[in-house]
Design a protein around this ligand. Structure first.
Ligand code: BES
Ligand code: ZN
Length: 855
């Protein structure tokens, strides 16, 4: 008897082409029963058929209505059921009919339940490999087929699936049956989706190309989803033009489910979301949230082409889905919202990828996943953000038109089918006439990224620049790596009268280039390259004159880059603070955010009791003048940047400068909001409630929880703000109340990790946070879904302080399981490196604060 292990892969001797699925959903008992007809092509005669299935009770199976089932066995490691038939199944076309029963589960994957008050929902989440928890299937991305779905469910609910309904019948007895149309193209199993519940929808809108678009939400929320609906309309239209391929899936429904593991999921025609990413408009959501709503919609809709129409062959190339959805989604968002100057946000987001990729425990963008569990570890900042950044880097180097031409070749060639990385690079080779494959293989198949150092010498009225590269590690002691990348650099430099760009492909360890007439050079034009860089002292001094000519993206990446070098000990804190001095008066919201991130890090990790007073004074002095300009409340018609900046400045003063007046004022404003006297503006409501909480008491804590609960069914933005603000109560007993609340039914599982990150970060809350995470691990965290579990593992690296490091390290190492193995390794490395950095910078900070004049 064959035994299959957890690395089991389906044989291509049996290929499905069409599924007719019927599911009967019982929302009272949370059970389901199903039957399917699956059209198969069998290459070799066989007695057995192997399908994926997890926690499904197989009731019957026949082939062609004639060949009976002799028996079946479940192989749980491989997550398959092996069906053994009474006779041999000949090579050729067959129909498998199979029936089963299963649950509507509590965990957020497969076919699962969601509850809001008295309302009951059944929903699906199948990526990466959980369709097998809902129906027996060939659950690998290459096994594409068409699907037609039929659902039977309690009458009075809405039923939504990938395709529009074809027929709905009242069966009597409180049951309704809806049959949906067959998908027009073959799709992978992880993209099948259906849901049933008391949803309400927005009015239908339609793209100029006549694709109908609606948003579905729990009762009472749909009126808030017009912005999200229109973001979908506009994105579909943009993507059709960019790809030159019509939207392939007939309609767009965007569905907000009360309980949801990820942020959103790209099921064709039935995109699922957290409710908060759809129920957001000018009256209840901040500018930051609105940007998130738009870019999430654009990301998911980009998947309709990258992922749904052309699918990666296997999870090894997950980045072909996620890096593209991120990059092209951001292009769509940026292009449709010029008022946001959105590329700054893209460059700022790169920080998370740089940080992860600077660890020895990072992984290449493209890396083998042996099984579903390993695949679920790939949804990280490397796959999403580094992948997107690397695409942007090559686009910047080749030019947008050539890149788009390559994209179109790729999508057309592989539509309705599967592709690998090489398929895309070959398309770019073709479009550009260059050997893109060789350049890009290093970037996707090697871990890490280079540090490019610049030695700058003035000569003959220009600059001679020597470039050298080596792999960049956050840990300076890490073993030197012989790795080299073909680095497509785009430099910005200033001459007497102009600012110019120079393209250089650095192929070797080092190279020298000449910049005629240059007076200064900036190493990463537009922040579009995914490399770290360091100017020598001379180059750094020359750049002082260039700073004022740099674009905001460039100033932002200047700060971010130098801050990374400072944390890794390659630059001193004094030199970082000197650079901030040259940026004095900086007004750009995104550059200020990048500065704020660095200062917040110092505040969380490098400030000690003896430096707290001087540091808070420093922060106060830095942000007061900006606060004086922006004030507490927005003015009519204010630009989005000022709106976003205000929240940042209030946070820096209230949290990190611990400014008593700001905290007091925030508290008054929070109370007026709670009393309904003067509602807070959504842009800064979150931060004001958080700052008000810092010195808050029991009574305020109670009011926050009450308000959070009351908002649940009417305003998910307000609910989220009060929920997050709970993590800011600093008093020891209140921090403990928050800790207990996080793991109580008061907070949905989906939201716990999001609360724990700031909670572990706060100097005054981290102790209660850690003790609770530690004590709840086995009961509440180990049992969670992979994404949620990984979030906790990452979050504990916030405890990068000498008094926690060793305990936390030993603890998470002892909790290592296969679905978090990689996250544990990364978190342990972060704990070690960041603790060292924090200790070093604590000393440097003390010196800098004692002698600010020396800068
Ligand atoms: N395909 C993912 C959703 C997903 C992630 C499913 C992990 C299963 C495991 C989806 O397209 C996605 O990337 N969602 C993001 C939001 C996006 C705007 C970055 C998410 O959920 O965070
Ligand atoms: Zn995605």
């Amino acid at each position: 008897m064959t035994r299959y292990d957890r690395d089991f892969r389906l044989s291509k001797d049996v290929l499905p082409s069409r599924y007719e699925l019927h599911l009967d959903l019982d929302l009272d008992r949370w059970t389901s029963s199903g039957r399917a007809r699956i059209a198969l092509r069998v290459a070799k005669p066989a007695r057995e058929l192997v399908l994926h299935a997890v926690e499904l009770e197989i009731a019957s199976a026949t082939v062609d209505g004639a060949i009976a089932l002799e028996g079946h066995r479940t192989e749980s490691a491989a997550q398959v059921v092996v069906l053994r038939f009474a006779e041999e199944i000949a090579a050729g076309e067959h129909t498998l009919e199979i029936a089963w029963s299963g649950g509507i589960r509590e965990s957020l994957r497969g076919l699962y339940r969601s509850v809001r008050g008295e309302e009951r929902y059944a929903a699906t989440q199948f990526e990466a490999a959980d369709a097998r928890r809902a129906f027996p299937c060939f659950d690998e991305p290459e096994f594409k087929a068409t699907f037609s779905v039929e659902l039977t469910y309690p009458s009075g609910n809405a039923a939504i699936a990938n395709m529009p309904p074809e027929r709905t019948e009242d069966l009597g007895g409180g049951r309704t049956r809806t049959r949906f149309r067959e998908t027009p193209v073959r799709i992978s199993t992880y993209l099948v989706a259906f849901t049933v519940g008391p949803y309400e929808s927005t009015p239908e809108a339609s793209t100029p190309s006549k694709i109908p678009v609606r948003v579905w939400l729990p009762p009472g929320l749909a009126a808030q989803a017009i912005y999200a609906r229109d973001a979908h309309v506009r994105s579909v239209e943009w993507l059709q033009q960019y790809t030159a391929i019509p939207y392939p899936f007939i309609k767009v429904d965007a569905i907000g489910i009360p309980d949801f593991e990820a942020g959103a999921m790209e099921n064709p025609g039935a995109i699922t979301y957290r409710t908060r990413l759809l129920a957001a408009d000018d009256t209840n959501a901040s500018i930051v949230t609105m940007k998130g709503v738009f870019s999430t919609a654009a990301h998911e809709l980009t998947h309709m082409w990258w992922g749904d129409l052309v699918t990666m062959r296997w999870w090894t190339d997950l980045w072909l889905n996620e890096s593209f959805a991120s990059f092209v989604g951001e292009k769509c968002t940026a292009s449709l919202n010029p008022q946001w100057s959105y590329w700054r946000d893209f460059v700022a987001d790169n920080t998370s990828a740089f940080n992860l990729d600077a660890l020895a425990s990072t992984h290449p963008i493209s890396i083998e996943a042996k099984n579903a569990e390993e695949a679920s570890e790939r949804f990280d900042a490397i796959t999403y953000t580094k992948g997107a950044a690397v695409l942007r880097m090559i686009e910047s180097y080749l030019g947008e038109d050539i890149f788009r031409a390559g994209v179109r070749i790729y999508l057309n060639r592989h539509r309705e089918s599967n592709a690998s990385a090489d398929d895309f690079w070959h398309a770019l080779d073709e479009a550009s006439g260059q050997d893109v494959t060789t350049i890009m293989n290093a970037w996707i198949k090697e871990p890490g990224h280079p540090l490019v150092t610049f030695d700058v010498r003035e000569s003959g009225g220009g600059l001679d620049v020597t470039l050298s590269q080596s792999r960049y590690y956050s840990d300076r002691e890490a073993d030197a790596s012989p790795q080299r990348w073909p680095v497509p650099l785009v430099l910005r430099y200033g001459t007497a009268g102009a600012v110019r760009e120079e393209r250089v492909l650095l192929r070797d360890a080092s190279a020298t280039i000449r910049l005629d007439g240059a007076r200064w050079v900036y190493p990463n034009a537009g922040g579009r390259g995914f490399y770290r860089w360091q100017l020598d002292e001379n180059g750094d001094r020359l750049l002082d004159d260039g700073v004022k000519h740099l674009a905001p993206e460039e100033r932002l990446s200047l700060v971010d880059d130098l801050w990374a070098l400072t944390r890794s000990g390659r630059a001193s804190l004094a030199s970082f603070l000197r650079r901030l001095d040259t940026l004095a008066g900086e007004d750009d919201r995104a550059v200020l955010a990048s500065i704020s991130d660095a200062l917040s890090w110092l505040s969380s990790f490098a400030v000690r009791d003896r430096t707290e007073a001087a540091f808070t004074r420093f922060i106060d002095a830095f942000y007061r003048p900006i606060f004086a300009k922006v004030g507490w409340r927005p003015r009519d018609g204010e630009d989005p940047d000022t709106r976003e900046k205000r929240a940042r400045v209030i946070g820096m003063l209230g949290y990190h400068a611990r400014a008593a007046d700001v905290r007091r004022d925030a508290r008054d404003r929070a109370l007026r909001h709670l009393d309904g006297v003067e509602p807070l503006h959504p842009d800064s409501a979150g931060v004001i409630l958080g700052v008000a909480a810092t010195d808050g008491d029991n009574a305020l804590w109670d009011r926050y929880v009450k308000r959070m609960q009351a908002a649940q069914s009417t305003d998910t933005q307000e609910e989220a703000r009060f929920r997050q603000a709970l993590t800011q109560f600093e008093d020891g007993e209140l921090a403990q109340r928050t800790a207990d609340a996080i793991f109580s039914p008061l907070i949905r599982t989906q939201d716990r990790g999001l609360m724990v990150i700031p909670f572990l970060q706060g100097r005054h809350t981290r102790k209660a946070a850690w003790h609770t995470v530690r004590d709840r691990w086995d009961t509440d965290i180990a049992t969670a879904e992979p994404l949620l579990k990984q979030r906790f593992v990452n979050a504990v690296s916030q405890l990068s302080l000498p008094e926690y490091r060793d305990e936390v390290t030993r603890f998470i190492e002892s909790k290592r399981t296969t679905d978090i193995a990689e996250a544990v390794k990364q978190s342990v490395e972060r704990l070690r490196i960041n603790t060292e950095a924090a200790e070093r910078l604590a000393k440097e900070l003390e010196e800098a604060l004692a002698a600010p004049a020396k800068r």
